[in-house]
Design a protein around this ligand. Structure first.
Ligand SMILES: Cc1cc2nc3c(=O)[nH]c(=O)nc-3n(C[C@H](O)[C@H](O)[C@H](O)COP(=O)(O)OP(=O)(O)OC[C@H]3O[C@@H](n4cnc5c(N)ncnc54)[C@H](O)[C@@H]3O)c2cc1C
Length: 480
């Protein structure tokens, strides 16, 4: 992705929203010479990068994004000296694990060779799947922010990725002999929120799995908020500023800025732009679908989670959902709007990488289950029951808990409509075509206004690439 050719621009820009994409877009515009203000609805900057003492004083929980496989080395993050701004990436002994009943399970380690060594008969198949793509992941990722049809700068990397990404995840799972390896693979692909029989469901598994075995699934020392604050400091170094506690409801409030980036959901963008949008795009924004909700539990756990599968105790992320059959059933149920009997739960154990997040023997644990979007049922017991199957005795160790059902997830992060942490980008048509089918996903058709949230390419994750892509498009338009 190229940014405005290095040419200096002048004028003003307003970025609505201070999530990783808003901040990445703001920095990119400010560095090019625009006077940038970020306007944020919440009282705290960072969107999905916020951290807080959600359970007990002294226990740092990541509100949303805790793990940063796609942020460490990408075309945007390479432009910022994050280390100089206080960001330190920390990795746990294992990047992720997938426990099964009876103390069985499998883990992803820091390299393909290390992971494969733990997978017995499946070592060769695992190496075939990830061996040639892991090292190429950063440059492959650089291609993802481009329109679907573009001339790739790294065609071999993209081709290797594409060949592996195209099949449904369950077809790839069948190349493994052991149930542990099948579950490990399907747990990674479940981050895409789609049933494993759907086309292209391997793409998320390859991207996240390859990154795990290359840069890892690191956490930020002290919490993801440190990354948000570093981005704000970078913006300030170019003269940009952030105003919090102000929700933008109409473009007219922004005082005729030359460039406006909207780090908002497409539906909110539709409301902000109103009749200025062409009717077809107004309809597409208004009808933007939100797929899967998150039911979040922030836990303070004395002594950590007592996983029966010993290696899971030192993994950064634990995927709970059992073997291939139950994983697929849970994903299908959620897509049909039903609460699964055994929901898929992602458990973040940031303290395994960053022990200072805890207090004495009590550690913060951040879990969320995949549930139907907008689900209003009280599922706390069901989620805890699911965790207890793999970690009996967990309940007795919980000393404090904060529950965020989907409605609360949306209240605290307004882009996550119905608790959809992907901002709708997981339906195949939406994922491939974006909010505005055409060459670039970012322009809204309203002069100078661009959508830059994770509803646009390359999609969900706290990587900033959507913001960088939108700002780059704006700078190119300014230069024309
Ligand atoms: C529970 C959970 C766990 C996650 N885990 C991970 C993870 O481990 N790793 C990872 O990479 N990703 C993870 N994600 C996803 C990641 O957080 C998002 O993909 C990412 O934050 C999207 O960035 P964004 O800038 O597009 O939007 P957001 O981060 O949501 O930021 C948007 C910001 O814009 C503001 N805003 C929106 N509309 C307006 C308006 N009209 N006026 C003013 N302000 C507005 C919002 O208040 C918000 O601050 C997780 C998300 C959740 C919820």
């Amino acid at each position: 992705m190229t940014v405005g050719g290095g040419a200096r621009s002048s004028g003003t820009a307003v970025v609505v929203g201070s999530g990783p994409n808003g901040l990445a877009g703001a920095i990119t515009l400010a560095r090019a010479g625009l006077r940038v203000t970020v306007v944020e609805a919440a009282d705290q900057v960072g969107g999905g990068l916020r951290s807080a003492e959600s359970t007990l004083p002294g226990l740092v929980h990541d509100h949303c994004a805790g793990f940063h496989p796609l942020a460490v080395d990408n075309v945007f993050s390479r432009t910022v000296d994050l280390a100089a701004r206080g960001v330190e990436w920390l990795r746990a002994p294992y990047e992720m694990s997938h426990p099964l009943l009876g103390g069985r399970g499998a883990v992803v380690s820091g390299t393909v060779a290390e992971t494969a060594a733990g997978l017995g008969d499946d070592a060769a198949a695992w190496t075939r799947l990830f061996g040639r793509v892991a090292d190429r992941m950063p440059t492959t990722l650089d291609e993802f922010g481009q329109p679907v049809l573009h001339l790739p700068r790294h065609p071999v990397d993209l081709a290797l990725f594409g060949l592996r990404a195209a099949p449904p995840a369950d077809v790839v799972a069948r190349t493994f002999r052991r149930p542990e390896t099948r579950a490990l693979w399907l747990g990674i692909t479940a981050h895409g929120f789609r049933p494993p029989s759907a086309p292209f469901t391997s793409a998320v598994g390859i991207a996240l799995g390859a990154a795990a075995q290359q840069v890892g699934w690191p956490v930020v020392r002290g919490g993801s908020q440190v990354l948000a604050d570093a981005l704000v400091a970078e913006l300030a170094s170019y003269g940009g500023s952030v105003e919090t506690g102000r929700r933008v409801t109409d473009l007219g409030e922004l005082g005729g800025a030359d460039v406006v980036l909207l780090d908002t959901s497409p539906r909110d963008a539709g409301r902000i732009l109103g009749d200025r949008l062409a009717p077809r795009l107004r309809d597409r924004y208004a009808e933007w679908r939100h797929g899967v909700g998150a039911y979040q539990l922030a836990l303070a756990v004395d002594g950590g989670v007592p996983w029966t599968h010993e290696p899971s105790r030192s993994a950064a992320v634990v995927h709970v959902g059992g073997e291939a059959g139950p994983l697929a059933a849970a994903a299908r149920d959620v897509r049909r709007g039903r609460v699964p009997a055994h929901p898929f739960v992602l458990v973040g154990q940031q303290a395994m990488a960053d022990p200072a997040r805890g207090r004495g023997t009590v550690v913060p644990v951040d879990a969320y289950a995949h549930v139907p979007v907008g689900c209003e049922e009280d599922l706390t017991d069901r989620v805890l029951d699911e965790l207890e199957r793999y970690a009996p005795g967990l309940r007795e160790r919980i000393v404090a808990m904060t529950v965020r059902p989907p409605a609360e997830v949306e209240r605290q992060g307004i882009n996550y409509v119905g608790g959809d942490i992907s901002t709708g980008a997981t339906f195949l048509d939406q994922l491939l075509l974006g909010p505005r089918p055409g060459r670039s996903p970012y322009p809204t058709g309203v002069p100078g206004v661009y959508l830059c949230s994770s509803a646009t390419a390359p999609g969900p994750g706290a990587h900033g690439l959507c913001g960088y892509g939108a700002a780059s498009a704006a700078l190119r338009d300014l230069a024309d």
